[in-house]
Ligand binder design. Structure first.
Ligand SMILES: CC(C)(COP(=O)(O)OP(=O)(O)OC[C@H]1O[C@@H](n2cnc3c(N)ncnc32)[C@H](O)[C@@H]1OP(=O)(O)O)[C@@H](O)C(=O)NCCC(=O)NCCS
Length: 177
């Protein structure tokens, strides 16, 4: 049954018409945290990003944003993954994985960064990153949660420098407990 559902999940780009459904999704997936202002700012801000919706029978059940950023010096293009969520009734059924993997396929970036649970993101190849500095300070106990994965082959070296993010991400509150 779960396998069948996994095959029925479709991934597409979001459109402005999704905003209402996204608000409901974020309220349900993050009961203790209000990430919707970040989502609306990112989606409305004109910054370069990839915003993907997961749908099941046309119903929006998951969402991810990859924001294009740069690692300086050098202007290397990377993507910052987040937020990512699946509707509570549809969690642990492959929605998040499908969104992340589709993003990896579509992104035109050398490396993806994420601040998240290593137990989850490790399955996509993410590893703790101490070469790229976060745009705002993170608590030292989150060092293992700051991770990266290379998209264009393991032969390439991970980037080193500072992550430069669009304004919406430049909020210290998003990087601390
Ligand atoms: C975290 C989240 C995005 C994962 O999406 P999902 O669709 O539930 O996850 P998937 O079905 O793709 O999970 C794949 C695997 O990861 C495991 N997994 C799911 N959530 C996990 C977590 N928080 N920690 C560790 N493992 C997790 C699943 O059990 C599954 O394992 P399996 O392949 O061995 O069966 C989703 O649970 C969610 O929206 N949580 C609330 C919001 C949140 O915390 N978002 C992430 C931070 S921005």
């Amino acid at each position: 049954m779960a396998g069948q559902m996994k095959d029925d999940i479709e991934i597409r780009s979001t459109t402005p018409e999704d905003l209402g459904d996204l608000e409901v999704l974020y309220g349900a997936a993050f009961p203790d945290e209000d990430l919707f202002p970040l989502v609306t700012e990112l989606l409305g801000g004109g910054d370069r990003l990839l915003s993907l919706a997961a749908t099941l029978d046309q119903k929006l059940i998951g969402h991810v944003i990859f924001t294009y950023c740069s690692v300086e010096p050098g202007g290397h293009v990377v993507a910052l993954l987040g937020p990512l969520c699946a509707a509570p009734a549809n969690q642990k059924r492959g929605v998040g994985s499908k969104l992340v993997r589709k993003g990896f396929e579509l992104l035109d970036a050398r490396q993806v960064m994420v601040l998240g649970d290593p137990a989850y993101y490790g399955r996509f190849g993410f590893k703790a990153d101490d070469l790229v500095e976060t745009p705002c300070p993170i608590p030292p106990e989150w060092n293992e949660a700051w991770q990266s994965v290379l998209l264009d082959g393991n032969a390439n070296k991970r980037l080193a420098g500072t992550l430069v993010v669009p304004k919406a991400w430049n909020d210290p509150a998003l990087w601390s407990a």
